[in-house]
Design a protein. Structure first.
Lengths: 155, 386
């Protein structure tokens, strides 16, 4: 499917899905946090979408808006199309349901985001630090993170 | 719904607590972080029953250098130079991935000379990466000779690339908007000599390892990864193709000048270690074909489209670009806020995602199979940790 057609078709799935209101280089939608696993599962199982692989999961700390943006990059081997799914969660209470049951690789991609951003994944089977030690304090990729060894302080 | 944050200690204690069998006891063994066959500082916590692997928990972070955080304080030109420290065997491809992402986002067009040279270097690097992998695979399985053969041929290729790039390991050559230097006058001639030298050597590789009965026994029907599991566990590159999914970005979403080259994508059948082995050896042949086709037709032109400018600004938005390295799909995600520094830069590294296939592959199998299966994944640890 072409980019616009794909974006429109995904938005028609459910009222929890809307187009992303920002510049992006591919079809991009915003999904409400609570509806995320169900929507991604439908995107995986419906033959016209067939998003079989979760390529990447990345978080962005929009500190001015007080939000984390969680982005899931989906890819379909069958139709060779991409989709970027965004979820916005508040910075004070970043919680989102896990995608482990839909795409097993999410288990580790989510652990990476927990490790570096402190986003909590509901129902995650094994939520632990991934790169840093278990007793590390703070979440380094947050924009306001500081420790004594930093050369570049947040501005 | 609950959120529970646990630690490795808790996990190990909890798992050993529920063992009530009267005869054998399950136990945990650390493999690494300094084990020779983990190819770097990867630590695997193995839960064993005798010699059988029941669980395999990778513990990461021993070489985490926070490249993503550092990049947030750097302009796009500088970000490129950190990337060849991630997957040091695909360094030019890593440079290219960032350059490609920046060029696509900022709308910089590069001429076909630049694209052709980039493609040739990427393929040469794929060959030298697979040469090292091939040698190391032999060594992991207990044969020392293949390592010497692999390194011997890799030296020849490294000398050729060193003449142009100036480095042998963390090669730093591609920039947003072009290349750092033009190719050396000897380059085309020497690459042709290398191709003439290396083709018969590939047959020698077949004699030494591919047709060796011990290697066949150690790799065939070991570490089987079904196509469905490979897709679900995020595998890409030779690992995914070994499982029978013919997905190669060079064919499916061509970049550079791959659309001008005629080559095949080798695909495995059942997804055992052997298939992954065969796919990589075949890829070396295909890469030689690609280089051979492009070498005589390098178009004239500049090696840099415009004067070096460190202040590349990217319009506000989110950009994701990807490229096929020797190990799989390297994705570069950029979130930009109109400045010359990325607001957030993220690398989707192929090894990070391929690593998790290890547990489904070897669950219930012997430790010795784990070594072979891991070698067939061709992991580079700095790329996992970033």
């Amino acid at each position: 499917m072409e980019r616009e057609a794909l974006q429109a078709a995904v938005c028609e799935l459910d009222s929890a899905v809307s187009p992303l209101d920002a510049n992006a280089d591919r079809a991009a939608v915003v999904v409400e946090a609570s509806a995320l696993p169900a929507i991604v599962r439908r995107l995986r199982d419906e033959p016209r979408f067939a998003f079989a692989q979760l390529l990447d999961h990345v978080a962005v700390d929009w500190i001015d808006r007080g939000q984390f943006e969680l982005i899931y990059q989906l890819y379909s081997f069958k139709h060779k199309h991409f989709l970027s799914v965004s979820v916005f969660v508040p910075r004070e209470d970043p919680r989102v349901p896990t995608l482990c049951r839909v795409h097993p690789v999410a288990e580790w991609q989510e652990r990476e985001v927990y490790d570096l951003f402190g986003v909590l994944y509901d129902d995650h089977p094994d939520l632990r630090r991934l790169f840093l030690e278990d007793d590390w304090v703070g979440f380094p990729l947050r924009k306001d993170y500081q420790d004594d060894f930093m050369l570049d302080r947040p501005r | 719904m609950t959120v529970e944050v646990s630690s490795l200690k808790e996990l190990v204690e909890q798992a050993s607590g529920d063992d009530r069998s009267p005869d054998t006891q399950e136990y945990f063994v650390n493999m690494g972080p300094q084990h020779p066959s983990t190819h770097g500082v990867l630590r695997l916590v193995l839960k064993l029953d005798g010699e059988r692997v029941l669980r395999c928990i990778p513990v990461l972070g021993y070489i985490h250098r926070s490249i993503e955080k550092i990049s947030e304080h750097m302009n796009y030109m500088n970000c490129v130079h950190l990337t060849d420290r991630m997957d040091y065997l695909s360094s030019i491809m890593n440079n290219w991935a960032v350059s490609k992402a920046v060029e696509e986002a900022a709308g910089i067009e590069v001429n076909s000379r630049i694209q052709t040279i980039r493609t040739i270097f990427a393929e040469l690097e794929r060959i030298q990466s697979h040469q090292l992998w091939w040698g190391v695979l032999g060594m992991d399985l207990g044969a020392f000779t293949p390592f010497l053969y692999g390194i011997r041929d890799r030296e020849v290729l490294n000398d050729v690339m060193e003449e142009t790039v100036g480095a042998r390991l963390t090669m730093n050559y591609v920039l947003p908007g072009g290349l750092m230097a033009d190719i050396h006058p000897n380059f085309v001639h020497r690459v042709k000599e290398f191709i003439k030298y290396f083709r018969p050597k590939l047959d020698e590789y077949d004699d030494l390892l591919t047709n060796n009965v011990i290697i066949q026994e150690r790799l065939r029907n070991v570490g089987i990864l079904s196509a469905q599991t490979a897709v679900q566990y995020g595998a890409t590159g030779p690992v995914l193709r070994g499982s029978g999914v013919a997905f190669d970005l060079r064919k499916d979403h061509p970049y550079g000048v791959y659309d001008q080259a005629d080559f095949e994508v080798p695909v495995g059948t059942i997804g055992d270690s052997w298939d992954r082995y065969w796919v990589r050896v075949e890829e070396m042949r295909q890469s030689l074909n690609i280089v051979e086709q492009l070498l005589d037709n390098i178009p004239p032109g500049d090696f840099l489209v415009k004067k070096l400018n460190s202040k590349i600004k990217i319009p506000e938005g989110r950009y994701y670009s990807q490229l096929e390295t020797a190990r799989g799909v390297l994705g570069v995600f950029i979130a930009s806020d109109k400045k010359d520094e990325p607001y957030r830069l993220h690398y989707r590294s192929p090894n990070f995602n391929n690593l998790w296939c290890l547990e489904p592959m070897i669950k219930g199998d012997y430790i010795a199979s784990l070594i072979g299966a891991m070698s067939s994944l061709d992991l580079v640890i700095p790329d996992i940790d970033r």
